[in-house]
Design a protein around this ligand. Structure first.
Ligand SMILES: [Zn+2]
Ligand SMILES: [Zn+2]
Length: 262
């Protein structure tokens, strides 16, 4: 299985997961043209997509999801409530995702089953999901847009080999920064985004003996820096005694990441 972040941040999020013959896109938050450009940069032709999964209805995740699924003639999977969303409804082929229940998808020729685990996150679009995708015993977890750490979420998403985790903001930078007070309260609130410190708490709960790559995601361009997020991640990995074997990368807004072998 391979994972490649195509875009990450409040300007749009998307991750491509290739599991044998089964190709899955998690979120498509850029414009259609933007998504096509990133897929092209990843040397991936959109008709090869089998499934699009959407975490939640915020535009930075859902914007092009329906349109891309429609163009690729593939299935868009989301919670029942999200099916009324205008961006989602553009897809002709929708499947309701039962949150927390076992869920399986396959490629067009019926091979390469991917097991999908979804778990609800505290965030101000309800429901917002995080996903674990498993193929042939290898597991990726994609977890962003979470208001505060929760042990039960970590339990449901345990044992990832590759973990994409939100490190949204530094609390000091956000508090001293230019955002209006209402927006600061939203981000800092229980249904906003994970600070670096909160992400470190989630990382502590999520890290297992299998973890080999950590991707820091959804960094705020205004309220965080790569250095602060990396420092929070490295300090945590060192405390856990696994800094030597876990590679740490930062997902970017403006270009695709490398294709990671899971
Ligand atoms: Zn987001
Ligand atoms: Zn969101």
């Amino acid at each position: 299985m391979k994972l490649q972040v195509l875009a990450s941040g409040s300007g749009g999020n998307s991750t491509l997961v290739r599991a044998g013959e089964t190709n899955v896109l998690v979120d498509a938050g850029l414009t259609v043209a933007g998504m096509e450009e990133r897929l092209d940069a990843a040397r991936f032709a959109p008709p090869g997509l089998d499934h699009v999964f959407v975490t939640h209805g915020h535009l930075d995740h859902a914007r092009a999801a329906g349109a891309i699924a429609r163009k690729a003639r593939c299935t868009l999977h989301c919670t029942e409530g999200l099916m009324r969303n205008a961006a989602i409804r553009r897809s002709k082929n929708l499947a309701a995702l039962p949150v927390g229940a076992p869920y399986r998808v396959v490629g067009r020729r019926g091979a390469d089953t991917v097991e999908v685990t979804s778990v609800a996150l505290p965030h101000d679009a309800v429901p917002t999901l995080a996903f674990k995708l498993e193929h042939l015993g290898r597991r990726v977890v994609i977890l962003t847009d979470m208001g505060h750490p929760r042990v039960e979420v970590a339990r449901a998403l345990a044992d990832a080999h590759v973990l994409v985790l939100e490190f949204n903001h530094d609390v000091g930078m956000l508090e001293a920064g230019p955002y209006p007070a209402t927006l600061k309260r939203r981000i800092l609130g229980n249904a906003g985004h994970l600070s670096n410190a909160q992400a470190a708490t989630m990382l502590t709960a999520l890290a297992s003996e299998h973890l080999h790559t950590l991707v820091l995601a959804h960094l705020s361009e205004t309220n965080n820096t790569r250095e602060l997020a990396l420092e929070a991640a490295h300090t945590t990995l060192e405390r856990l005694g696994i800094a030597q074997r876990v590679r740490v990368l930062v997902a970017e807004q403006d270009r695709i990441g490398e294709s990671l072998e899971v």
